[in-house]
Design a protein around this ligand. Structure first.
Ligand SMILES: NC(=O)c1ccc[n+]([C@@H]2O[C@H](COP(=O)([O-])OP(=O)(O)OC[C@H]3O[C@@H](n4cnc5c(N)ncnc54)[C@H](OP(=O)(O)O)[C@@H]3O)[C@@H](O)[C@H]2O)c1
Length: 260
């Protein structure tokens, strides 16, 4: 049976992906920070999927001992076939208005924790093979004013994951890294937590849903993809943007991050 471990699995994209995995009869593992949220989401899935194989570890991935705790848990529960580095937060606003500690907390989760888990799971997966799915964002494609730090974390995820995957392929590794760039997702708590409620991008024609992202991730896994732009309309915009002047793309992005 396939086992999928999803960080941030108890909410938003992670929860939608969990449902998609359970529909296939896969075993699901979560790492999330909020114990109440884990209990609530677990109960919801238990109703919908009787006999589900679901196990969760409640840990703050920004804590210094987080990876150690994760590895201890995985030793008991088994190495997953698929690791999805999905847990992430955003911060919206002018850099001058954001306390630097909030940016650092975001860098620690979005970059350092993703990096640490990727490095920790690679050797575990090497023998049997597996896939590491790293969730970036459409904000990884260009600098984004008023989401400066967030977009920079996602640019890191995109570049690091694509380069690592190219190295692994060249080395004949059985591990693949799939980079996923979702468009703005309308129906997850992310935008509220990030202070992004009311931004045009969540109402834009390219906006997507957690279920659509989960579907695109599953299709990417099935077809052995290494790079997935998620949201059908975002994929079209991504292709068009390649032919548009950079200044025009930047102007559109600037408008997207305004409050409507
Ligand atoms: N929403 C969008 O518009 C959008 C667009 C592109 C990319 N993304 C990316 O997609 C990913 C998922 O976003 P989402 O929209 O599904 O957001 P979400 O619903 O807010 O989910 C975020 C998840 O991360 C977990 N998390 C937060 N801080 C954590 C920590 N310190 N340690 C462990 N887990 C932690 C949360 O756990 P708890 O539930 O326990 O709090 C939650 O399950 C993020 O990486 C985000 O950057 C989102």
């Amino acid at each position: 049976m396939t086992t999928i471990l999803i960080t941030g699995g108890s909410s938003g994209i992670g929860l939608a992906l969990s449902r998609a995995a359970l529909r296939r009869g896969w075993a699901v593992r979560w790492i999330s920070v909020d114990a109440d949220e884990i209990t609530r989401a677990n109960a919801e899935l238990a109703d919908a999927f009787p006999g589900l194989d679901l196990d969760a570890l409640c840990v703050d991935l920004t804590a210094p001992d987080a990876v150690e705790r994760v590895l201890k848990w995985v030793k008991k529960t088994g190495t997953p076939d698929i690791l999805v580095n999905n847990a992430g937060i955003g911060v919206y606003g002018a850099v001058s208005d954001i306390p630097p500690e909030r940016e650092v907390a975001m860098f620690t989760l979005n970059i350092s924790a993703l990096h640490a888990l990727t490095r920790a799971f690679l050797p575990l997966m090497e023998d049997r093979g597996g896939t590491i799915v790293n969730i970036a964002s459409n904000s990884a494609f260009q600098p984004v004013p008023y989401m400066a730090g967030y977009a920079a974390t996602k640019a890191f995820v995109r570049h690091y994951s694509l380069a690592l995957d190219a190295e692994l392929k060249e080395q004949g590794s059985k591990v693949r890294v799939m980079t996923v760039c979702p468009a703005a997702v309308k129906d997850t708590p992310f935008k509220g937590t990030a202070g992004m409620d009311g931004l045009r991008t969540f109402e834009s024609f390219t906006a997507t849903t957690a279920d659509e992202v989960a579907r695109d991730i599953m299709r990417g896994l099935d077809s052995g993809k290494r790079f997935v732009v998620s949201g059908a309309k975002m994929r079209a915009a991504y292709v068009l943007a390649k032919f548009a002047p950079a200044a025009l793309v930047q102007a559109i992005v600037r408008r997207e991050v305004e409050k409507a």
